[in-house]
Write a new protein. Structure first.
Length: 437
């Protein structure tokens, strides 16, 4: 039996020369109870089964003035609470020395609880502030909405030779906690929401196939894996949505159909003074938002790239042991820039000027790449010590690449100007002294 609690909190402290200094934060608290059991039926079958229950408490966000002179008004979005409980059973079946099969079933239940005030809306009308007809009050512990369903997992591995194998798998999942990100602002503005009256659980089904080959007495390993994934109730947002500290978030979000696919080629060197890996992944991710009203349809109801669509991903890690005491390592990462929506023009309507934007995610921010280097100096191994120590000298982002986190736009005197925000855009050296007992 395992009892786990985690608490995550994100905070922004904004200061300026004007009277708009503020602090903003959101948090996620999860408490989980796990009961795991294992039963060996015979040399062919091993059963794993159990139950786990997780309680979510999400604070979607709050803002408050950071000093007495600030004109910012305090605002807090009510907390959300939910309980996910699941039973699972899994059989690891060794059909033969060459063929291994793993099959399992997990059934999850989810309940959203009060206290909460849930809006009601006009029937056969889009959800917005104008179509709110009232609200329904739920007391503490009162059930707001329930969801649930089966999650199937099956995988098989077959050894064609002692050093060459293939693996195939299928699984489907339910997700009851959701992330909403607005990456067109100057700072990260993620918000988390639980499934409830208006936000359904995200469902996904994934198929995968892989080939694995060991070479030179298992010194090298090369693998090729591909996958195809379909999703339901993927969460995104309306055109011009306001996600920041919005109590009526259901008026701004949409849920649609998703599809994703990709392949990864990976080469590893496991042993020797020189070891590491290099991997390349090609992947695509798309979403379709086709609601029953024009305000709930994006890009004419056709598939378009999601915010996570980064077709090319190259990563490499190199470790080299110079001597018994001195070693060197390097890490390189390259990714295609994520999709973004840009303003492409202006137009006038009723004597007012408006900005015209491109289709959702039609453009991309600049590509991301980063090189990190480190050097380790071990203690003297010839002398027996109670604690072994070593120095690590590292430089993060050696090339000083100004990788953009977000690209955002500001209208200044009728002119739309583009800006980008970056995190750690200069080389960052660190020196650490470590002990190992």
């Amino acid at each position: 039996m395992v009892l786990v609690n985690s608490n995550y909190k994100f905070n922004i402290d904004y200061a300026s020369n004007f009277k708009d200094d503020f602090e903003s934060s959101y948090s996620i608290n999860e408490s989980e109870l796990k009961l795991k059991m294992k039963y060996y039926l015979d040399e062919k079958h091993t059963f794993n089964y159990g139950i786990n229950s997780k309680f979510y408490m999400v604070s979607p966000g709050k803002i408050y003035p950071s000093n007495r002179e600030s004109l910012i008004e305090e605002l807090s979005i009510p907390k959300e609470r939910g309980l996910e409980t699941a039973f699972y059973f899994e059989d690891s079946f060794e059909i033969s020395d060459k063929f291994l099969l793993n099959a399992g079933l997990r059934y999850s239940f989810y309940t959203a609880f009060g206290p909460a005030s849930v809006n009601t809306y006009e029937e056969n009308a889009p959800k917005n502030d104008e179509t709110i007809t009232g609200s329904e009050i739920f007391k503490s512990g009162e059930v707001i909405k329930t969801y649930g369903g089966p999650e199937v997992r099956i995988s098989g591995r077959y050894f064609l030779t002692p050093t060459f194998s293939t693996k195939v798998s299928y699984n489907n999942t339910y997700q009851y906690i959701h992330t909403l990100s607005n990456n067109t602002t100057a700072a990260p503005t993620d918000t988390y929401r639980l499934s409830g009256s208006f936000i359904k659980p995200q469902r996904a089904a994934q198929y995968a196939l892989g080939f694995f080959k060991n070479l030179a007495n298992n010194v090298y390993e090369i693998s090729l894996e591909g996958y195809y994934k379909t999703s339901e109730n993927l969460l995104d947002y309306k055109v011009g949505a306001d996600l920041f500290l919005n109590e009526n978030i259901e008026t701004e979000v949409l849920q649609g159909e998703g599809k994703a696919y990709g392949a990864e080629l990976l080469l590893k060197k496991r042993t020797g003074n020189l070891n590491g890996y290099i991997g390349y992944t090609y992947s695509r991710s798309f979403i379709k938002l086709a609601g029953g009203f024009p305000a709930e349809t994006v890009n004419n109801g056709e598939f378009f790239p999601t915010n996570f669509d980064k077709p090319h991903d190259l990563s490499a890690v190199l470790n080299y042991k110079l001597t018994q005491r001195f070693s060197f390592s390097a890490n390189f990462v390259y990714q295609t820039g994520r999709p973004v929506t840009y303003p492409i023009g202006k137009y006038n309507f009723n004597n007012a000027e408006y900005v015209l934007y491109s289709d959702r995610n039609q453009f991309r921010i600049p590509d991301y790449y980063r090189l990190d280097l480190s050097f380790n100096v071990e203690g003297n191994h010839k002398i027996e010590k109670f604690a072994h120590s070593f120095w690590n000298i590292s430089v993060y982002n050696v090339l000083g690449r100004n990788n953009p986190y977000s690209v955002f736009f500001v209208t200044d005197n009728g002119e739309v100007k583009a800006y980008q925000s970056s995190i750690f855009s200069i080389p960052i050296p660190t020196i650490t002294y470590n002990f190992r007992f």
